[in-house]
Design a protein around this ligand. Structure first.
Ligand SMILES: [Zn+2]
Length: 161
């Protein structure tokens, strides 16, 4: 188990375009395992590599539903539809929450830790978490999408990404 330190805002790496992954080796698996341990430790529902200081297109999402953990390497959004608005938080912005509007549905193409391509479709909160993490890989932070900041007492069991 290796819990990494979370990079918090402001930090240059959080606003950079991440590099695509080209080598799918043991090092990548270890990084993904560390990301998972870190996300669990900090009670997040997702984590992107730049949040632990790695400038690579790697993200994980686990909203604790029947889908289980999702590993997204070099993810690309292929399709979106609909709209949802809801509260969001981010492990890189401790204590900051805001309402963010995103598509309700998303279809994403990505690779797994072995380099195998797959397509995942998600809706509602899972789609929100996936889009939040993919944004991280392009240096896009949720604060740029917040329409209204929320106070802690407006939040009920909100999870952070
Ligand atoms: Zn985040």
């Amino acid at each position: 188990m290796a819990v990494k330190k979370i990079v918090t805002y402001p930090a240059e790496i959080l606003e950079k375009q991440c590099e695509p992954v080209t080598v799918f080796d043991k090092k990548l698996s270890k990084l993904l395992n560390n990301m998972y341990d870190t996300m669990i430790e900090y009670d997040g529902v997702g984590l992107a590599a730049p949040q632990i200081g790695v400038n690579k297109q790697i993200a994980i999402v686990d909203i604790d539903d029947e889908t289980g953990p999702i590993e997204l390497i070099n993810p690309e959004i292929m399709e979106t539809s609909g709209e949802q608005s809801g509260p969001e938080g981010c492990l890189s912005f401790p204590g900051l929450y805001g309402e963010v509007t995103r598509p309700y549905f998303v279809k994403v193409k990505a690779q797994d830790r072995k380099g195998k391509s797959f397509i995942i479709e998600a809706e509602d909160f899972l789609a929100r978490a996936i889009q939040h993490e993919i944004d991280h890989l392009h240096g896009v932070l949720f604060i740029s999408k917040i329409t209204r900041y929320l106070e802690e007492d407006e939040l009920e069991g909100l999870e952070v990404e």
